[in-house]
Design a protein around this ligand. Structure first.
Ligand code: NAP
Ligand code: ZN
Length: 347
């Protein structure tokens, strides 16, 4: 076993604190890489607080992981010691079901293996995430990271990046479309960058008027303050797509009213409680309500390569791991500019 230093929540009531644990030895098909940076996703906070389901504790969060390879198994073909490497939200899947065969490992019919707060495929070994100094992952779930981009600012691409890239690609959002990005946080700011890069007219729908200048700097064409009834009224019936990245309860019916006829609202945010949706909100204007989960491994690599080519990274605030608690507090208040990234050297 490999000794690893990490930060863990011992239960849903306790703050994260240093925790030493062990990872499996590097098997023939595994890559071990030392973690250099790890992004802080709102999903980390949801999971340590049991927002979605009872978690597996101790929990080491973190699924926006980048670092440098230190060891590879005998059968590993695509990585060598010294390479940059990354891992997102997935570390395994069955690899044989219909969805895995279509490069949709996130929708593995036997259930994917999440990077933390899950069990390995043996059903009994917990997975531990990137708030730690080293990780062992089977080769198929390790991504190549370009050395052209700032490494710390690349980490958030592994979740916030792919989670917004994938639906925009799936629904072919681009030129001629009016895209609204709902919520300007970690996912939202990446959605703005991709939406603009794909040629859509992008509007940010935000509860935070003070984010307007940032939204414009990110490339957004318009900004609507959703707590201002007049601005919301003026935006009714105007969007082809709304990409909903909101982490807390919000009124789906109000936002569905902002879609044009045949428009689609795509949920990627995961508030703890189910939302109420009136059939009338959908049938008036033949609207669709859809969802999308992260992305498959091949598409994640495609997104990373696209970002390297187009010089797209996340806007980050680097933090020491001991400041993770105050970063979570700011995240809860919607005050993320626009992704916290942990410098793992501070562990
Ligand atoms: P984040 O950085 O905290 O951003 C969320 C943003 O939502 C906030 O900055 C805020 O933006 C807005 N917001 C917060 N509370 C709101 C409220 N009550 N009403 C309206 N807007 C509100 O979070 P994130 O890391 O981007 O994650 C967002 C959500 O996506 C989380 O639920 C996370 O678990 C989920 N997620 C899903 C997937 C997937 O595969 N589908 C992957 C990763 C994350 P404004 O200040 O602009 O209003
Ligand atoms: Zn995430």
């Amino acid at each position: 076993m490999i000794p690893v230093k990490g930060y863990a929540a011992q239960d849903a009531q306790t703050d994260l604190a240093p925790w030493d644990f062990q990872r499996r030895d590097v098997g023939p098909n595994d890559v071990q890489f030392d973690v250099l940076f790890c992004g802080v996703c709102h999903s980390d906070l949801h999971q340590i607080k049991n927002d979605w389901f009872p978690g597996i504790f101790p929990m080491v969060p973190g699924h926006e992981i980048v670092g440098r390879v230190v060891k590879v198994g005998d059968n590993v073909k695509n990585f060598k010691v010294g390479d940059l490497a990354g891992t997102g939200c997935l570390v395994d899947s069955c690899q044989v079901c219909e969805n895995c065969k279509k490069d949709l490992e996130q929708y593995c019919l036997e259930g994917n293996t999440a990077t933390y707060n899950a069990m390995e495929r043996d059903g009994s070994s917990p997975t531990y995430g990137g708030y730690s100094n080293s990780i062992v992952v089977r080769e198929e779930f390790v991504l190549h990271i370009s050395d052209k981009l700032d490494l710390a600012a690349t980490a958030p691409l592994l979740c916030a990046g792919i989670t917004t890239y994938s639906p925009l690609k799936h629904w072919k959002v681009g030129k001629g479309h009016k895209l609204a990005v709902l919520g300007l946080g970690g996912l939202g700011h990446m959605a703005v960058k991709f939406g603009v890069a794909f040629g859509a007219e992008v509007t940010v729908l935000s509860t935070s008027p003070k984010k307007e200048a940032d939204a414009k700097k990110l490339g957004a064409h318009k900004f609507v303050v959703t707590t201002d009834a007049e601005q919301v009224k003026a935006a009714r019936g105007s969007f082809d797509f709304i990409l909903d990245t909101v982490s807390a309860a919000h009124d789906f019916n109000m936002y569905l009213g902002l879609l044009r006829t045949d428009g689609t609202m795509i949920c990627v945010g995961v508030p703890p409680k189910p939302a109420e949706v009136a059939a009338f909100s959908l049938l008036g204007g033949r609207k669709s309500l859809a969802g999308s989960g992260i992305g498959g491994i091949a598409e994640t690599q495609e997104m990373l390569d696209y970002c390297a080519e187009h010089n797209i990274v996340s806007e980050i605030e680097m933090i020491d791991i001991k400041d993770i608690g105050s970063a979570y507090d700011r995240m809860q208040q919607g005050d993320v500019r626009y992704r916290f990234v942990i410098d793992i050297a501070t562990l």
